[in-house]
Design a protein around this ligand. Sequence first.
Ligand code: HEC
Length: 172
Amino acid sequence: MSEDHGNLIKSPKQLILMVFASFFVPLIIILLLMVYADSGSKKSAGNEHSEATTLIKPVANLNFKDASAPKVNKSGEEIYKAVCSSCHAAGVAGAPAVGNVAAWTPRISKGYESLLTSALKGKNAMPARGGASPDDISDFEIGRSIVYMANSSGGKLAEPKEPATSQDDTKK
Ligand code: HEC
């Protein structure tokens, strides 16, 4: 081996060793780096018990609800500005413009539920949910934005009730 630097692999056994080494050595380095990077965030190693649990926790604590948990219901105005205003600010394609009392009054008189159904399912040029995904904007938030628009246009709709909290309402 030492005579010939050009060719490190001389036998099938060495080849297998090289394959294993080239697989495991980077793996071990990565693992060591992970442990090293992680150790920086820990303050004291005094309590061995808590040390152990914090080491185990990130693996065991797969919280699948995390994606939806931090979701805070947006206000009607926020939803309106983010989604609905593109059409409802100026009244694009026959959309009742916010502030246009004449356009809204007959619609509001149909009742909140009717407006909600139109908004959730779509109506003529109005896309369902204003084109937003139910993952991003809940029925409740759509309802709020309707109330915001209607009440900015002469309506007096009651704010919809917030759905029961911390339920797994994203699952269908
Ligand atoms: C792409 C344009 C567009 C977007 C975005 C949009 N709308 Fe509309 N919307 C319309 C149009 C057009 C109408 C009129 C539909 C009709 O009556 O023919 C309408 C009508 C409505 C109505 C009245 C429905 C009825 O039954 O009279 C409501 C309520 C409504 N939109 C809510 C919303 C909400 C809430 C959003 C945002 C989440 C939104 N819209 C986003 C175009 C849009």
